[in-house]
Design a binder for this molecule. Sequence first.
Ligand code: SF4
Length: 624
Amino acid sequence: MPESFSGIMLRIDLTSSRIERQEFDEMFYRMYMGGSAIGTYFLLKETSPDTDALGEGNVLTIACSIVTGAPVSGVSRFCVAAISPETGAVGDTQAGGSFGPMLKSAGFDAIVITGRAKKPSYILVDDDSIQIRDATELTGKTVLAVHDILAEEYGKKNVSILQCGPAGERLVRFACLMADLNDVAGRTGMGAVFGSKNLRAVVVRTSRRTNVADAEEIKQLARVASENLSGMEFPNLLARHGTPGVLGFQTRAGNLSTHNYSRSFHEDYQRLDGAEFEPKIGSGKTTCFACVVGCRKKVKCQEPYEVTDRLGGPEFETLGLLGANLDITDPVAVSKANELCNNYGIDTITMGALAAYLFECAEKGLISDEQIAEGRVVRFGDADALLWLIEQVANRRGIGELLAEGFEPAMKTLGPATAPFAINVKNHGLPAHMAQVKPSQALMYAVCPIGADHMSSEHDWLLASDSEAAKGLGILGRGRADICDLDKVRMTVYSQYYYSLLDALCLCMFCWGPGSLFDYHCLERLIRCTTGWECTFWELMKVGQRRVNMMRQLNAKRGFSRKEDMLPARLFEPLPDGPAKGRCVNKNDFLKMLDQYYALMGWDPRSGNPTEGVLLELGLDWTI
Ligand code: SF4
């Protein structure tokens, strides 16, 4: 077995308290490589079409990859996969920091968790000693409090803590996972899966380090990142201002979710621009394991809200969803909302999208203030109302009990007249990037197996760039960024395979995405100097394609089909103002793109699901 991975996955059944080590051969890793490709493998093998996301039968995998832990920028992420309680489809979320490298160093490529513990528990991976421990005293406590208790017990050095927060314990369907306070595995409700298993946390302690096949070559590769950082505009911007630094130019291009996605530009947006607010409330930054970028910006405030800098600062998506989309432009208020979500363990994107739904329904008189709470008024622009609502959801109180179940139950209870304002795909709240302005994102929001996601393919600029990054993916010629056409569909498909590969390898797209710190040759080098394998780019892209098909095949078995690949009606309406005034997703063009997408994927055009031919070609015959 190559030195960069052990070939061993830790199997923990919480019902029986059985702990085992399961070994896989080199060919398995060459096929799937890591991340949610491995997670989906277990879901396809060990769940049935009617497995309840919050039932004992769900299989939750925390996975690294064959390269995780190599001391190179952007090689630090880990993935959590299970059936999603938010969507009912495959769930997949990733985070950076140090948890992934620590788990790998302890000797495990993944932890696969099944069953349900009889009492609140946490898992301790202390190098070779694995224990399921009592978490009764942690129950109901905030993320910050639990982190401090566990850090006190196991030390702060060489320890990493992944936990679900009280929202996960209370089965809020879009509860997230927090790693070491600052790294959020935000999407698809993996915190609720932790909660459903009576699992509060996973603690990893180790003093070992992951080996690589060629340590000298790894050092050279790490140097590429340092040399490229200052000369490359996007990574450099991230290093200076983090993702909040992109908000200014994204908004000037009419690409910021505003007033429940009905607009794409907020007049007061500059207050939310990282370059603008950082001098006032910035509190330094952190970085992921071995990364030279350091894009994780922290904030600290006193007035009008006190915000600690221990739970990170708001990212671009959070500034969009808990900010402009609710007409809240005070960065201190958004930072407070972000802190609350992180301390309870709630995904800020779906939380923001649900809050916007409620605010608009209240504004339009579709639900009364009495229905929300006795006389409580919630309106756009009201930061106090947002903070109150987060508390309600996290504690499942009043209207929060309903919203904690997600979009579909809320629409059923509040009535069909409210449905046009529930901006989601597959019950998954839309990110802050506007599909009206980015046609490739319109397509990806609709077809992505986990629900609307902005990190599953490249955005439209790549087609218009005529760059080496585009050509390297086979995207030739200079197409138009602003239209739906076959070139755009092809770009979306090719870049989806590439992003899927990055997710299987648990790589950060800010370092490894097209046009970032590393080019595609570096990716081949990374595989070679960690594992010793001579993989061609073609073979690697097949891994990405395989992962997408596995996820889609799992969804197909669970009853998902083309009918779920639909956008909210609001996105087909022209934007009323701002730099993107008049832009919309043209419905006919969109439906044509869908047909073309299924054709290019080799999927059945009626069901939108993988055909036998594609599955056979990818070595996935065992999924049929
Ligand atoms: S670019 Fe940012 S998110 Fe990515 S690995 Fe580096 S610090 Fe982490």
